[in-house]
Design a protein around this ligand. Structure first.
Ligand code: NI
Length: 170
C-alpha cells in the first residue's frame, strides 16, 4: 500500500472528468487500497480517485465514528434522489480548512460495483448521502466550491493560492 498525494484546489486536474472502470481487477484493487490508506491518514470521510490524479470512476468513503466501515463505490450512479433537499457544511481534502454550506438532495439511491466487481445498491441519507454526492461530483470534475457563488469561490481560490505560495516558496 502507498500514500498518494492529494491534489490541492485550484489544481486544474481536479476538473478532469473521470472515465468508467472497465474491469475491477488487481490494478483497481491496489488503487482502492491506496485510496483508503490516503483517506484515513488525512482523516477524511471520503476520497475520489480524481483527487489523487487518477481519472477513473472510483470513490471510497467511511462516515462511521469508529472509522471501521470502509465502502468503495466503482462506477457509481445515482438511480434515485429525493426532492427534499438539505443544507450541510462541507469540507474537502483538496481544500483543507475551507468549509461552506451546500444544498443537496437529502436521500439518494446509488448503484455501484464493489471491490470484487459485484453490483450493489444502497440508500443513503445524512452524512453518507452528502459524502457520496460530494465524491461523485469530483468524478465529474466538480469541487464543492463550484456550488458556491463566483464571489465566494474566487475568494477561496486566492486564499488557497496564497497559502500554497507560503508553503512552497518559489
Ligand atoms: Ni472533496
Amino acid at each position: 500500500m502507498a500514500l498518494l498525494d492529494i491534489l490541492q484546489y485550484p489544481d486544474p486536474r481536479l476538473h478532469k472528468v473521470a472515465k468508467p472502470v472497465a474491469a475491477v481487477d488487481e490494478r483497481v484493487r491496489t488503487i482502492v487500497a491506496d485510496m483508503f490508506e490516503t483517506m484515513y491518514a488525512a482523516k477524511g470521510v471520503g476520497l475520489a480517485a480524481t483527487q489523487v490524479d487518477i481519472h477513473e470512476r472510483i470513490i471510497v468513503v467511511d462516515t462511521s465514528e469508529q472509522r471501521d466501515q470502509p465502502m468503495v463505490l466503482i462506477n457509481p450512479e445515482i438511480v434515485r434522489r429525493s426532492t427534499d433537499c438539505k443544507e450541510w457544511e462541507e469540507g474537502c481534502l483538496s481544500l483543507p480548512g475551507i468549509y461552506d454550506k451546500v444544498t443537496r438532495p437529502d436521500t439518494i439511491v446509488v448503484r455501484a460495483l464493489d471491490a470484487r466487481g459485484e453490483a450493489f445498491e444502497i440508500e443513503a441519507d445524512g452524512l453518507l448521502s452528502v459524502c457520496v454526492q460530494h465524491e461523485m461530483d469530483h468524478l465529474e470534475g466538480k469541487v464543492f466550491v463550484d456550488h458556491l457563488s463566483a464571489l465566494k469561490r474566487n475568494r477561496i481560490k486566492s486564499r488557497m493560492r496564497k497559502r500554497q505560495r507560503e508553503v512552497q516558496p518559489a
